[in-house]
Design a protein around this ligand. Structure first.
Ligand SMILES: O=P(O)(O)OC[C@H]1O[C@](O)(CO)[C@@H](O)[C@@H]1O
Length: 216
């Protein structure tokens, strides 16, 4: 990655300008109402020539920080629409630098994935994803997703945010959901050789993660 200035990146596809999300842009999907101009994260879209695979690659810079009520800085969160085969589009994330958490959830399950540099995580089909920075350094990630995916923010907005909020005091559940399971997970080492075969027989969260029940 070649960052020219804070808001610009030089890529093989040309110069990219960051999409900036500020605290005020998260209002309605956070634990408490928020306002403010502080920058929470920036996304550089379409930074690698992977179009021939029907993919788009993005880079996200999520700054360290917390909202006034202690909720850590994070992305908005969204679900993916269904692909032509009738199931939601997947997405693969990698951690370029820093540490943080990847909150994967649906209406009943919450997986808090511990992230460190070099980790690769697949967003399981049908789960929404939220990147959280609970560290004191910027968290840099890349993601690969089909060019056809338009994120579905509506469902998350209608439910007042994700199924859980990560705060300095721990996990706070969103009462608009019916969460029955909370797990803490770590990414498994990536095994590209067995990826296709594994996915075919075990297309589950555990394919990419090792998870334990959350003890609170
Ligand atoms: O779209 P949101 O919820 O603001 O989150 C941004 C994140 O999602 C992506 O747009 C892709 O799913 C990433 O590029 C970025 O990390």
């Amino acid at each position: 990655m070649n960052v020219l200035a804070d808001d610009f990146m030089i890529t093989q596809l040309g110069m990219r300008k960051a999409q900036v999300r500020r605290v005020k842009d998260l209002n309605g999907v956070t634990l408490s109402p928020v306002e403010g101009e502080e920058v929470v994260y920036k996304v550089f879209r379409d930074v690698e020539p992977v179009h021939q695979y029907d993919l788009r690659a993005d880079v996200t810079v999520l700054y360290p920080g917390a909202l006034p009520d202690g909720e850590f800085y994070r992305t908005h969160g969204h679900f993916h629409p269904e692909g032509p085969w009738g199931k939601p589009w997947p997405e693969v994330y990698c951690v370029l630098r820093g540490r943080g958490k990847f909150l994967l959830h649906d209406l009943e399950r919450v997986y808090v994935v511990e992230l460190k540099e070099g980790d690769v995580v697949k967003v399981p089909e049908g789960m929404a994803h939220v990147l959280v920075n609970d560290s004191d350094e910027p968290l840099l990630t890349c993601n690969y997703v089909s060019k056809s995916v338009t994120p579905d923010y509506g469902r998350v907005k209608a439910l007042g945010g994700p199924a859980a909020f990560l705060t300095k005091d721990g996990i706070v559940l969103n009462r608009n959901y019916d969460v029955k399971e909370i797990k803490v997970c770590k990414p498994l080492p990536l095994n590209l050789d067995s990826l296709v075969a594994t996915h075919a027989v075990k297309p589950s969260v555990e394919e990419w993660l090792t998870c334990f029940p959350y003890k609170g």
